[in-house]
Ligand binder design. Structure first.
Ligand code: TXA
Ligand code: MG
Length: 353
């Protein structure tokens, strides 16, 4: 993908330890937010590129920096429910209960917005996505700037979301005013987006808080079809998270069938002179004795899909930077966090076999 044109900015890099935050350095970033500048900061899900959500001009800069389509609304980050109340119309009791249960954390609630939230943030929608992040640096930045911070993931539009500051540097250096390096994002996938603006709650994007967890509070919750023609969540219609090289996903009745399909495709590609990488679990590694350690990228175990969730975006970027022509990977069960992983990798894949 071509980088969108943008004015060359001077970007300051601000390394911070989340467990021992240097308040002076973070105050400089908070001041930038107040002045309408763009600051990239870590959250527990992925890095976000933030601006004062009440400043229209600053919001427009986010869209330019990312090359983001102008009909894809932004999530507003706040400190707590009390702060959220300033920006959304009434919060129904059940939703308040869910907020208390899941916040701070990886879930965004879509609710009717108050007028003070500019149309630039919501792209003209009457609703706004709002979230309280749990990351210490994100929380402190909101507190010090004393502003709601609108922030999409800090990648160029169409690229995988950044889980490390070095990913942000690859994409946004010279396009934003500051990048805070606060280490790796824990969850590794973006927040769940839950639309609670009407009677039936709808999961618009699966994420860190799972369908199973949400169903306990909202038994009538539905999952939106991510490729429907008129998506409720504007971001859903875009092909996201794509690595530059070909990424093929393999389906099958069981692990054995998937492994056999991958082996066959790999042999075929290698015979054509292609450089092929495989992503798999520790258990799967044993079935690929013919593949060198260099070309096999292990991401966790089958039992613990949280490791796969936290590493998948990084692995895709890493493989992409190593000149591979193809990435081959088997699907994972679409339950718990697996639902969010499948949602992202299905969108990233050029083909599913
Ligand atoms: O974990 C996250 O959510 C990260 C961190 C930085 O907080 N942010 C993030 O933002 O992933 P972004 O812009 O990459 O994705 C936001 C998603 C988009 O798919 C967008 O369409 C949807 O949320 N969204 C935002 N506001 C909405 C609204 N009012 N109605 C429906 N969907 C909305
Ligand atoms: Mg994004």
């Amino acid at each position: 993908m071509k980088k969108p044109k943008v004015i060359k900015k001077k970007t300051i890099l601000v390394p911070l330890n989340p467990n021992k935050i240097n308040i002076n350095k973070l105050s400089v970033c908070a001041e930038l937010i107040r002045k309408g500048k763009l600051v990239v900061f870590p959250t527990e899900t992925v890095y976000g590129v933030g601006a004062n959500a009440l400043n229209k001009k600053a919001i427009r800069k986010i869209f330019i920096a990312k090359g983001r389509p102008v009909d894809n609304p932004l999530i507003v980050h706040v400190s707590d429910i009390e702060m959220a109340e300033k920006f959304v119309e009434e919060i129904p009791e059940r939703v308040r209960y869910a907020m208390k249960k899941f916040w701070p954390g990886p879930i965004t609630f879509v609710l009717k917005k108050k007028k003070c939230i500019p149309d630039e943030v919501t792209c003209g929608l009457k609703t706004v996505g709002i979230r309280v992040p749990s990351h210490k640096i994100a929380k402190k930045l909101i507190e010090l700037s004393n502003r709601p911070i609108a922030a999409p993931s800090a990648n160029l539009s169409g690229k995988t979301s950044p889980t490390k500051a070095k990913h942000v540097i690859q994409d946004l250096m010279g396009r934003v005013d500051a990048i805070i390096d606060g280490g790796d994002a824990d969850v590794g996938l973006e927040s769940t987006v839950l639309d609670v603006s009407s009677d039936i709650p709808i999961i618009l994007r699966p994420g860190g808080i799972t369908f199973e967890q949400i169903k306990k509070i909202f038994p009538n919750v539905k999952i939106a079809n991510s490729f429907c023609k008129k998506p409720k969540c504007p971001g859903m219609k875009y092909k996201h998270y794509a690595p530059d090289c070909n990424f093929i996903l393999f389906n099958g009745k069981n692990e054995k069938e998937k492994i056999n399909k991958i082996k066959k495709e790999r042999a075929n590609l290698i015979s054509k002179g292609m450089k092929v990488a495989i992503i798999g679990s520790l258990e799967t590694r044993k079935s690929f004795k013919e593949v060198s350690d260099i070309d096999f990228f292990i991401v966790g175990t089958r039992e613990n899909l949280n490791i796969l969730a936290s590493k998948i975006f990084n692995i895709l970027r890493k493989i992409d930077s190593q000149g591979y022509d193809y990435i081959l990977m088997g699907t994972c069960p679409s339950k718990g966090i697996g639902h969010a992983i499948m949602n992202r990798i299905e969108k990233a894949a050029s083909k599913i076999i």
